[in-house]
Design a protein around this ligand. Structure first.
Ligand code: FAD
Length: 519
């Protein structure tokens, strides 16, 4: 069997034989799931970024952890096959791809686990690594009235895909990212072992996999902390013309105790003009609200800031909501007259970006490339970042949201594989570019590179979020003093460098020695 697969791997131009090969391999592997040829038009050769496309050998739709284990063990018996778990393929830079390798479609396992677990007065849900967060939300709230505490803005992402990075949204200042809200994982390691891990059981694997960019194992089940779901959310946006006032208020809100702040805090940068995507019209929450620019001072610059907050409540709390919200807003220094507010159900609030996506798809020209850039920037450098990047390089916007909001390092813990800037407060910056018309993709990718190079050149305390680097030196710099731990974890859990080759951190080497990738 292995010799047979080796022949396919080394001679995989023989397209006509592939159909026969698929059925032979499927039989020999004794898969409960299915296996398809990985042609260039297959799901496995694309991602949301639309910047890269590579041809896998096979796309495997496993029925569960046993199938995944068999696939990884098979790869380990060849000299060069790699395995990439594909969540929902919402990476930007080919991270879920495997050139000439085996791609595992995790979505085929999405229904395997869904168990509500009350344990010692707390509540958890066991879900599949391939489940979409939007399904976790709707099933948890409608069946049990509970919901995970920490989210991403957009929910058509898989549990395993976001846990392999961090999973960040406006609740992370309070509860930490999604990686801080998991208590147990089932993982298939790079040796094909199915292992349950937690903070106390196989803890090095548990923490390694969280934020581990898929390098140490494939998450097949996750136990997620829950909270009682509120009925409603008051969702509010207020505007600032000065960055220092915006950051002062945002930092004030994220450092207050629970019960003394909003339940969600985010923010974004927009242009001080009437551009429909980048300017004033991007602020109002309701089409009926008008943005009235006469409230903005004549001395304001070309860039403005919007703080976005939300307050959770139950229907029975309604009479007290105004008092609580107005009390909090009264402590902020936003531009008077520039406030937009709506009340929506909790699930509608969490599905807001999915809804916006549906509207764009209904009106727009279809899927274009998305050269997005995400960074974490230390509070100590964020004023410099604003001055140079937002006010100068991006003063005309990016054709989509430019998010910026503060997070607290102490909510992340330091045993996971995620790397962060120094200092307690740091900002997430997300440049979510849409390019239906306007500058070419190449120019936008070059502009992203220019921003990152500037950050490196001036010695900014920053890290890429959803990192994408091409050289060993860049990865070493990215991980800094955590690099040796990352390499040790790779040697322990995926010593043949089989997993997640699309991250370009390690490459499979026939001698089975872990080496960092050199290009
Ligand atoms: P994929 O792109 O399929 O995979 C990502 C990586 O994880 C790959 O290396 C893959 O091999 C690995 N992987 C996938 N599944 C598993 C698994 N089960 N076990 C181990 N490794 C696995 N991120 C945020 O934090 N907050 C946001 O608000 C946010 N919003 C987004 C909105 C959009 C429209 C998009 C496109 C992305 C957004 N992201 C956000 C980024 C997103 O969290 C990451 O790109 C995430 O990896 C996508 O999940 P996925 O399921 O599509 O993973």
């Amino acid at each position: 069997m292995i010799a047979y697969l080796g022949r396919i791997v080394h001679d995989n131009d023989a397209e006509s034989k592939l159909d026969d090969d698929v059925s032979s391999i499927s039989k020999s592997l004794d898969l409960q799931g299915s296996i398809e040829n990985g042609d260039v038009s297959s799901l496995a050769s694309k991602d949301f970024g639309g910047l890269y496309s590579v041809k896998p050998l096979f796309l495997i739709k496993p029925s569960g952890a046993e199938d995944i284990s068999r696939v990884v063990k098979l790869a380990s018996r060849t000299s060069n096959l790699t395995v990439a778990a594909r969540g929902n393929g919402h990476s930007i830079n080919g991270q879920a791809m495997a050139e000439g390798g085996l791609v595992i479609d995790m979505r085929s396992t999405e229904k395997n686990h869904f168990e509500f677990l009350p344990i010692n007065g707390s509540h958890y849900i066991d879900v599949s690594g391939g489940a979409l967060w939007e399904d976790v939300l709707t099933r948890c709230v409608s069946r049990y009235g509970y919901a995970p505490r920490s989210w991403t803005d957009y929910l058509s992402l898989t549990v395993g895909g976001t846990l392999s990075n961090a999973g960040v949204s406006g609740q992370a200042f309070r509860y930490g990212p999604q990686t801080s809200n998991v208590t147990e994982l089932e993982v298939v390691t790079g040796k094909g072992e199915i292992t349950v891990c937690s903070e106390t059981l196989n803890s090095e694997l548990f923490f390694g996999v969280l934020g581990g960019l898929g390098q140490f194992g494939i998450i097949t089940r996750a136990r997620i902390k829950l909270q009682q779901a509120p009925d409603m959310v008051r969702w509010i946006r207020v505007v600032y013309s000065e960055f220092e006032e915006f950051t002062r208020d945002a930092e004030f809100l994220v450092t207050q105790k629970e019960g003394e702040s909003f339940d969600y805090v985010e923010g974004f940068v927009f242009c001080n003009n009437d551009d429909p995507f980048n300017g004033w019209p991007s602020v109002p929450l309701d089409p009926g609200h008008e943005f009235n620019p006469t409230h903005i001072s004549q001395t304001a610059g070309s860039i403005l800031y919007c703080l976005e907050v939300a307050f959770h409540y139950r229907n029975s709390d309604h009479p007290t909501v105004d008092t609580a919200v107005n009390g909090l807003l009264g402590r902020l220094r936003f531009v008077e007259g520039l406030k937009s507010q709506v009340d929506v159900s909790y699930t509608k609030f969490l599905l807001r970006v999915n809804r916006a996506e549906e509207q764009v798809k209904a009106n727009g020209p279809g899927d274009g490339p998305h050269p997005w850039l995400n960074l974490f920037v230390s509070k100590s450098d964020v004023v410099n970042f604003d001055r140079t990047v937002f006010k100068t390089m991006l003063k005309d916007g990016v054709g989509g949201p430019m998010l910026i909001y503060p997070l607290l390092r102490s909510k992340w813990g330091d045993r996971t594989s995620v790397v962060l800037p120094e200092g307690e407060i740091f900002y997430i910056v997300a440049l979510l570019r849409f390019v239906p018309n306007g500058p070419s993709v190449e120019k936008l990718v070059a502009q992203n590179r220019e921003i990152v190079n500037w950050c490196i050149k001036v010695g900014l305390d920053f890290k890429l979020y959803l990192p994408h680097y091409q050289s060993k030196g860049d990865w070493e710099r990215h991980f800094g003093n955590r690099w040796s731990r990352f390499v040790e974890r790779k040697a322990s859990f995926d010593p043949m460098a089989i997993l997640a080759p699309g991250q370009n951190i390690f490459r499979r080497d026939p001698s089975n020695i872990i080496i960092s990738r050199e290009f």
